[in-house]
Design a protein. Sequence first.
Length: 276
Amino acid sequence: MSRADELFIENCKDILSHGTWDTDLSVRPRWADGESAHTVKRFGIVNRYDLRAEFPVQTIRRMAFKSSVDELLWIWQKKSNNIHDLGSRIWDAWADEAGSIGKAYGYQLGVKHHYAEGDMDQVDRVLYDLKRNPSSRRIMTSLYNHHDLSEMALYPCAWSVTFNVTGKTLNAILNQRSQDMLTANGWNVMQYAALVHMLAQVSGLEAGELVHVIADAHIYDRHVPIVEEIIARTPYEAPRLVMDTSVTDFYAFTRDSLKLEGYQSHPLDVSIPVAV
C-alpha cells in the first residue's frame, strides 16, 4: 500500500468520524450555484513521508503528477502570478481578465530581499544556503505576507516551507493553513515531495523526510460521497520516481524532468466540484 494512500484514508476516516461541521456558521466559499460550501474538519493533522522509502502519490485515484509539477515550477521556478504561464487551468477561477492572481504565490517568491550576502529572492536564498550553509536552521520560505494580502486573489494555503539538512539528507516541513482534502491533499504532497527531490539533487544531497503540517484539514459537504467511495478502494503499491540526473541547476528542471515509473491507480469517473 502506498504511504500516501494509507495516510489519506486514515485522515479522511478521522475527519468524517470525529470532525466538526461548520454548518451553523457563515462561510466564505461558495459552490458554482451560489450555495454555501460547508465543511467537516479536524485541526492539527501532521503527516510524515519518508522519501527514501517511496514517492508519496495516491493510487486510490489517478493523480495528475505532471500537472502538479508544472504548478510547482510555475510558483517556485518561474515565480509567476499569471495563469498564462501555467500549463493547466486550475487557477482560472481566481484570475482577473489579464490572467493575474495578484501578489500571491509565485509573486512572493520572486521579490528580492536584502541580505548580508547580497540581494536575492526567497528561492535563490534557499539554493544559496543549501550549498554554502547547509547547517543553517534558517532555511525557509514564506508566502504569507500580510502587507500584500489585500492584493491576493487567494490567501496562500500551503504558505511556508522549512528546510533542514541532517548529514547529507535534505528534509522539509510544509506548513498549510487550510487543506481541501479531496481536491488538494494528494496534489500538494506529491508536488512538494518532488520539490525536495529537485532541491536535493542540485545541492548534492539526498531527499529525506517531508513533514506535512495541516492546521485545518477539511472535507467539503459535496465531496463526502466521493471521499467515501475512494477510501473504500484497495490501494496499489507506490510507484518509483525517476529523475533526469543530468540536471544540476534548479532552473533547468521541466515537468518532463521527473516521471513516475510503474504507476497504477484507480480511475475517478466523476467530476470534482471546486468551492471558490
